[in-house]
Ligand binder design. Sequence first.
Ligand code: FMN
Length: 207
Amino acid sequence: MTILLVNGSPHAKGCTFTALDTVAKQLKKNGLKTKLIHIGSKPIRGCIACGKCAKTGRCTFDDDPANEVAAALAEAQGLVVGSPVYYAGPNASVCALLDRVFFRKNTQYAFKPAAAVVSCRRGGASASFDRLNKYFTISRMPVVASQYWNSVHGNSPAEVAQDKEGLQTMRTLADNMAWLVKCIAAGDAAGIPRPVPEPVEVTNFIR
Ligand SMILES: Cc1cc2nc3c(=O)[nH]c(=O)nc-3n(C[C@H](O)[C@H](O)[C@H](O)COP(=O)(O)O)c2cc1C
């Protein structure tokens, strides 16, 4: 079983990575594999609402990691998205990427446990955490809890290493993620049927 970790920071080995690496090490202790995708520091396009993904199953733009992340998520059993906090929200690049990863394709991700982790120097962690969780809760993905809202504090990996509570929150998250992924696999093996979605009603408040 593999958990996909997405590092949404431009820094490959920064604070967000330090949080995700703590999650990865604890997942490994629980017997799970991890796959890390770093979104990098090149431009990431926003969704242009062209609707091509509904026909082809892929985003029309192939010059950034959106299709790679979508394919890896379809294969994985769980997801952890990490982002630095920029102006009290997740950074723009990771939102641009996730808008495209999740648009029209989110039925593929149903029942994969997911979590967001955020890294900030001082403020805006819980607003960023809430924003990222929106991708999961519109996609039938069980959100994995920890002992606190999943954040670490620091402006450098060395500072994050001093955030003992933040790193413990990451380890607890990994333990809970591993437990839930294993429970879902055990349920499948025992023949407990997964919920069958109703045909989706789409209303927009216009009578
Ligand atoms: C454009 C920008 C905006 C930022 N906004 C915030 C903020 O609102 N609150 C905060 O605590 N830190 C803020 N920071 C600091 C980063 O969130 C923090 O250093 C983070 O841990 C960096 O993670 P990384 O090393 O993975 O990139 C900001 C940094 C940048 C570059």
